[in-house]
Design a protein around this ligand. Structure first.
Ligand code: UD1
Ligand code: CA
Length: 428
């Protein structure tokens, strides 16, 4: 069936108090909030419209780079969530399938839940479905108001709610499924006579009731999934929820997480069985880690990292955009960026791949072939290759290709001045 997604991402995000970053581009473990939402809908919808407005250019640039099939639609000025959705009307004039509406600031929703929501919409023959959940503390969310026979009657925003309505614990998740042909005319009829003077999308519920449409709420058990991000506090809390969800999934699949309280692993990281992740490790972005590895303590993987099996990435090691082949060790205090490491490579403590040229502002690659050994405190100035089996002496700065099985050294010869200290002390 034809399903299109509309993702609202035009709002200012006033409560984030950010001058530089629009709300939906704030990150959790290396991925933007909007990215979480798009990743969840891209496989269950055949078109995605993202409504942009505040900082539109940055959001558009982000989408072009990461989700090039998503279409952006400008909302300017931003007159509310209902007004935002109405921006797609010209694009969907003759469309008669389903439209799934989501907010760009609700990154915890799972694709599986969205699928179940769509199934609910279909199986109940609904024209309008809204997702809801129960919150002990519903403050800030729209409340689902039901009739005496438990039908969804309307949604009332916190700022417009009476004290009795505020006491309602069933809240609006901000996720809707609409039979487009039946609701497309509602948008021109929304009114802004509310506390915020905005055209509220939530009013589509009462509009549907007044127009004899079948309106239902899908009540979600796991209320965490609809946690919306409006403030920096919410951002931190959402990161915690996502992280614990991920760690739990990894432990269930046979990965040891020594200390879940101090370990951060992004949603887009996969880890093989029997790998052990030691405390205070931070893994962000997209990464693939193999089996039987030891990661950390205090390791930092920054994305684009592929680590094969039986590998050690030890304490205070940072790895970015690199592939490390099996049985290789990067034990201590190293930076490995834009690199490819072969099998059975040993990287001595304090080795740095100097991948960035600040003059040309370009990054270059370091290639270490199988069986290479790099002595401690070496600098590998990229672009550079060390061929198979070559050794680099401790403290060296390597700037050109080292042939296989050679020893490369840039160290000044060791000088020993006998009794130098004694003489200094006596001659004073
Ligand atoms: C909204 C809902 C509320 C629900 C909550 C769930 C309305 C009026 N309220 O409230 O019932 O409980 O989400 O998280 O819909 N946006 C636009 N254009 C605009 C205004 C907002 O694109 O003109 C976007 C924002 O960027 C954001 C989303 O819509 O991604 C929601 O807006 P926000 O202001 O965060 O609404 P809430 O107050 O959280
Ligand atoms: Ca919100």
């Amino acid at each position: 069936m034809d399903i299109k997604a509309v993702i609202l991402a035009a709002g200012k995000g006033t409560r984030m108090k950010s001058e530089t970053t629009p709300k939906v581009l704030h990150q959790i473990m290396g991925k933007e909030l909007l990215g979480y939402v798009l990743d969840n809908v891209k496989d269950i919808t055949n078109e995605q419209y993202v409504i942009v407005g505040h900082h539109a250019q940055e959001v558009e640039k982000y989408l072009q780079k990461n989700y090039e099939t998503a279409k952006t639609v400008l909302q300017s000025p931003q007159l509310g969530t209902g007004h935002a959705v109405s921006m797609v009307c010209p694009y969907l004039e003759n469309y008669d399938g389903l439209v799934l509406i989501l907010c760009g600031d609700t990154p915890l929703i799972k694709a599986q839940t969205l699928k179940e929501f769509i199934d609910f919409h279909k199986s109940t023959n609904s024209d309008i479905s809204v997702m809801s959940t129960m919150f002990d503390n519903p403050t800030g969310y729209g409340r689902i108001i039901r009739t005496s026979d438990n039908q969804v009657e309307k949604i009332v925003e916190e700022k417009d709610a009476t004290p009795e309505q505020k006491a309602v614990k069933e809240v609006n998740a901000g996720i809707y499924c609409l039979d487009w042909a039946k609701v497309k005319n509602s948008f021109s009829q929304l009114k802004s006579n509310n506390a915020q003077g905005e055209y509220y999308l939530v009013d589509i519920i009462s509009w549907g009731r007044e127009n004899n449409l079948n309106v239902n709420a899908y009540v979600l058990d796991d209320s965490d999934e609809i946690y919306g991000i409006n403030s920096r506090q919410n951002l931190a809390q959402a990161a915690k929820i996502l992280n614990h969800r991920k760690l739990d999934e990894l432990m269930t699949s046979g990965v040891t997480i020594v200390d879940p309280d101090s370990t951060w692993i992004s949603e887009d990281t996969t880890i093989g069985q029997d790998t052990i992740v030691y405390p205070s490790t931070y893994i962000e972005g997209k990464n693939k880690i193999g089996k039987n590895c030891k990661i950390g303590p205090m390791a930092h993987l920054r994305g684009g990292v592929e680590i094969c099996d039986n590998i050690k990435v030890g304490n205070f090691v940072e790895v970015k955009k690199s592939k490390i082949n099996s049985n290789t060790n990067v034990g201590h205090l190293s930076y490995i960026g834009d690199s490819e490491l072969g099998q059975r490579v040993n990287i001595g403590a304090g080795t740095i791949t100097a991948n960035y040229d600040p003059i040309s502002k370009t990054k270059s690659k370091t290639v270490l072939k199988d069986d290479v050994k790099i002595g401690s405190n070496s600098v590998l100035v990229a672009p550079v290759t060390v061929e198979q089996g070559a050794n680099v002496g401790a403290g060296s700065v390597i700037t050109k290709t080292i042939p296989q099985w050679a020893l490369a050294l840039t160290r000044a010869p060791l000088k020993v001045l006998e009794n130098w200290v004694t003489r200094k002390l006596q001659n004073k």
